[in-house]
Design a protein around this ligand. Structure first.
Ligand code: SF4
Ligand code: SF4
Length: 128
């Protein structure tokens, strides 16, 4: 479980529960295979999230689905990746999916503000 860090410059923070060090052989990434829809990732999620569905929504670039699937509730514990027999990088995808949803929401907010500002300008413009 957990997340791999790129090098030793990554700080240890108060929310770091453990640090595991592997040798080159042990650290070799697993070979992933296709999802077999076993549902283990869902059954083991402490937040009752559907990691496999989140992965699909992320791959299809559907941020509105990510919101419905409540990806932001993911605590990134890594249980889903750990139990996945297909060795899919689910927790890593969740992290990327959260970033995708955040960008989508930001764009939505900016569009809303622009629309409101346009409405305000239209109201203030003198009628001919
Ligand atoms: S990493 Fe997120 S989706 Fe996966 S088991 Fe933990 S809380 Fe659930
Ligand atoms: S545990 Fe892995 S193989 Fe099983 S449904 Fe989840 S992603 Fe698919």
């Amino acid at each position: 479980m957990g997340i791999a860090v790129p090098d030793l410059t990554v700080p240890i923070l108060k929310n770091t529960n453990a640090v595991l060090a592997f040798d080159e052989k042990e650290a070799k990434p697993w070979e992933t295979t296709a999802c077999i829809k076993c549902g283990r990732c869902i059954a083991h999620c402490p937040m009752n999230l559907m990691a496999t569905e989140i992965e699909t929504a992320y791959n299809l670039k559907k941020p509105e689905d990510l919101e419905k699937l409540k990806v932001n509730l993911c605590i990134e514990c890594g249980c889903c990746s750990y139990v996945c027999p297909a060795k899919r990088p689910l927790v890593q995808t969740n992290k990327l999916a959260k970033a995708m949803l955040q960008s989508y929401k930001k764009l939505q907010e900016e569009a809303k503000k622009a629309k409101e500002a346009q409405g305000q300008t239209d109201k203030e413009a003198p009628k001919k």
